[in-house]
Design a protein around this ligand. Structure first.
Ligand code: SAM
Length: 348
């Protein structure tokens, strides 16, 4: 359901032209849009780059800042005191709030170390509303020996106004387990929205992660993957950004990423027909981002598997599409009574 639709719609045939009238909200927003460089990468400190932008110009901001865990970037020093990191976070997040339109959305990716503090900062100090606290579960994380290997990051969906924001549910629906695994005719053919559920591995659960759940499964872009650009260790999967950008913006909207890294947000925005504006501190990364963007055109497919959960195991109680097909071949009954057996009460 697109939540922003009401703000833009006008009654058919009601268009009037008034010469001396004050500029309409639409005209004012066009003027703001014209003042913003779009499809651009700004090299340098995002605090300075964002300061040059007008208020309320961006529909969507996605930020995957350094997590302050001592990661080895080529320019940025990722080892600050906690107080310094939090003060800096408040400054750049404040700028993001300023440049967001009143109906805009801010998605923030962050590690365990500062997730709680940054959420409190965003909501209590900067006045945003948290709509979703998504857990991104990824495979191919760094293997640990003295603790459980980390396989998740936090991704917050914040909005400025909880009553008006873009949320295109139709654009991000995913096939349900009913449809994908069990071939249940009762499945909604439009699929379902992606839960905040703890799970071990997607292949351990019959339905894995649903598209409407706030635990999302996308493999990390690991070293051997074709998608991996190979020069930035924090490259995010295009499919993950695809879900965020499709859900929280519309074609031609302006998408901002203050920490562009390998340029994933910008490349995906471009492929999905959004305008983009990125910042990146490192001149070396910036040069590589420009190369990546040169080959990302509107309409191009996103890298990576669009639906990583196509293969899931059978459950103890249920049969899968393959079982149904072989049953049919053998002339077995596949009517309603048989379906009752296929879908015990614990089905989603
Ligand atoms: C975690 S990475 C982002 C990765 C990105 N999401 C991707 O998919 O490639 C963070 C990036 O922020 C950049 N950075 C750090 N401080 C910055 C600043 N003050 N302004 C702009 N970029 C900065 C780093 O150089 C690094 O490339």
């Amino acid at each position: 359901m697109p939540r922003r639709a009401a703000a833009k719609s006008s009654p058919a045939g009601a268009e009037t032209v008034s010469i001396d009238a004050a500029p309409s909200a639409e005209a004012a927003s066009l003027a703001v849009a014209a003042a913003v460089p779009s499809n651009t990468l700004l090299e340098g400190d995002c605090l300075q780059s964002l300061a040059g932008l007008p208020d309320s110009c961006a529909h969507l901001a996605f930020a995957d800042p350094p997590f302050n865990i001592g990661y080895d970037y080529d320019t940025y020093d990722d080892r600050r005191s906690a107080d310094d990191y939090l003060a800096w976070s408040k400054r750049w997040m404040g700028e993001i709030v300023r440049v967001l339109r009143p109906d805009g959305t801010f998605w923030l990716a962050i590690g365990d170390e500062y997730a709680a503090e940054l959420k409190v900062l965003a909501t209590r100090e900067l006045g945003l509303t948290c709509r979703s606290w998504v857990v991104w579960y990824y495979t191919f994380g760094v293997n640990c020996r003295q603790k459980f290997s980390r396989s998740h990051a936090h991704i917050f969906q914040f909005v400025r106004d909880p009553s008006t924001f873009t949320f295109n549910t139709e654009a991000i629906r995913v096939p349900s387990a009913r449809e994908l695994v069990y071939g249940d005719r009762r499945a909604d053919p439009k699929g379902r929205l992606p839960d905040d559920t703890w799970i071990l591995r997607p292949q351990d659960l019959p339905e894995g992660f649903g598209g409407d759940e706030d635990t999302w499964y996308f493999p990390r872009v690991c070293g051997t993957f074709k998608e991996r650009s190979g020069w930035h260790g924090c490259q995010m999967p295009e499919q993950l950004l695809g879900r965020i950008i499709r859900a929280s913006s519309n074609p031609d909207d302006l998408v901002i990423d203050p920490f562009s890294g390998s340029g994933t947000t910008l490349a995906v925005a471009s492929k999905l027909g959004r305008r983009y504006l990125g910042c990146e501190l490192s001149p070396q990364y910036a040069a590589r981002i420009r190369e990546r963007l040169a080959s990302a055109r509107p309409g191009d497919p996103l890298d990576g598997a669009p639906e990583p959960l196509k293969s899931v195991p059978a459950t103890q109680n249920g049969r899968r599409i393959g079982d149904r097909r072989s049953a049919k071949k053998k002339g077995k009954r596949t009517g309603k009574a048989a379906e009752t057996l296929l879908f015990p009460t614990d089905q989603p």
